[in-house]
Design a protein around this ligand. Structure first.
Ligand code: KIV
Length: 262
C-alpha cells in the first residue's frame, strides 16, 4: 500500500483497514497480517502510558513509538499522529514536528481538526508529506467538547463537519478519519469526497474502518462502546497464560528436563 492506493481503493469500492500500533512487537505481528495501514495514534498516551486523554502525547513520544513501529513493520504504510497543539504553534514548530515523525519512519502524518490550521496543513502537503485529516470527535479537543461525545448530531454541526471535510480535501489531504459521527453523516461525507474516509464509530458508509488494536483485541473487556467489536478475548488469553506460568513455576513443573540445558 502506498499513498496513491488510498484513492484507488475508494474508486474500486474496496474498503481500507487500519489499526493502531504503538510498539515493536505488535508491529512485527501486524506486519505479517493483511491489514492495510498502521496508525501510530496519539491514543498511545492513554493505552500505553495510562494518561486520561491524548493531550499528553508529545512529538518526542510519538517519534519514539513511530521508530519502534517502523522497525517492526518495515512493509506497512505507517501514519503517525501529530500530537496536541502541534499545528497551533506556528509553521516552524509544526514543520519541525512533521520532520521528526517522517524521519522516525512514518509515511504520512495525521492532523486533527481543520479550522485555523488549513494553511499549515496545505503547506505540509506541498512539502511532500501526505496528510490524513481527522474530523468529528477529535480527541485532542476533548476539553472543548466536554468529553468524548458523538459529534455532528445537529444539522449545523453536521454541515460544519461536511464543509471542513471538503476544505481538507481541497488542501490536499489523501484520506480522512471520521470519528464518532452519526452513520448518515459518515455516509454523506464519504459520498461527497473523492478521497477515502476511514471511520471509527462513523457507521458502515465510510470507505474504511480503523480501531485501536488493544480495543479490538478485547484487552479491556469492560471498554465496549457501541462502535467497538471485540475480535478476541485478549484479556482472558493473557490472564490465563500468565496464571498458567505462575502455577507451573510455583508447583515446580516448569521448566521440565527438556526445557533445561544439559
Ligand atoms: O489516536 C488514535 O488512536 C486515533 C484513532 C482513534 C483514529 O486517532
Amino acid at each position: 500500500m502506498n499513498v496513491l492506493d488510498f484513492c484507488k481503493r475508494k474508486r474500486a469500492r474496496q474498503n481500507i483497514s487500519m489499526v493502531t500500533c504503538y510498539d515493536f512487537w505488535s508491529a512485527q505481528v501486524l506486519n505479517e497480517t493483511d491489514i492495510d495501514c498502521l496508525l501510530v495514534g496519539d491514543s498511545l498516551a492513554m493505552v500505553m502510558h495510562g494518561f486520561k486523554s491524548t493531550v499528553h502525547a508529545t512529538v518526542d513520544l510519538m517519534a519514539l513509538h513511530t521508530r519502534a513501529v517502523r522497525r517492526g513493520a518495515p512493509d506497512k504504510f505507517v501514519v503517525a499522529d501529530m500530537p496536541f497543539l502541534c499545528v497551533r504553534k506556528g509553521m516552524a514548530p509544526a514543520m519541525e514536528a512533521v520532520g521528526q515523525l517522517m524521519q522516525a519512519g512514518s509515511n504520512a502524518v495525521k492532523i486533527e481538526g481543520e479550522a485555523g490550521q488549513l494553511d499549515i496543513m496545505a503547506h505540509v502537503v506541498e512539502s511532500g508529506v501526505p496528510v490524513m485529516g481527522h474530523l468529528g470527535l477529535t480527541p485532542q479537543f476533548v476539553e472543548a467538547f466536554g468529553g468524548h461525545k458523538v459529534q455532528g448530531r445537529s444539522e449545523g454541526q453536521a454541515s460544519n463537519i461536511l464543509e471542513s471535510a471538503k476544505r481538507l480535501e481541497d488542501a490536499g489531504c489523501f484520506a480522512l478519519v471520521l470519528e464518532c459521527v452519526p452513520a448518515a453523516l459518515g455516509k454523506l461525507i464519504s459520498e461527497q469526497l473523492g478521497i477515502p474516509t476511514i471511520g471509527i464509530g462513523a457507521g458502515a458508509g465510510t470507505d474504511g474502518q480503523v480501531l485501536v488494536l488493544q480495543d479490538m483485541l478485547g484487552m479491556n473487556p469492560s471498554f465496549k462502546p457501541r462502535f467497538l467489536r471485540h475480535y478476541a478475548s485478549g484479556h482472558q488469553v493473557l490472564t490465563e497464560a500468565v496464571n498458567g506460568f505462575h502455577e507451573d513455576t510455583t508447583s515446580g513443573i516448569f521448566p521440565s528436563r527438556e526445557e533445561s540445558y544439559a
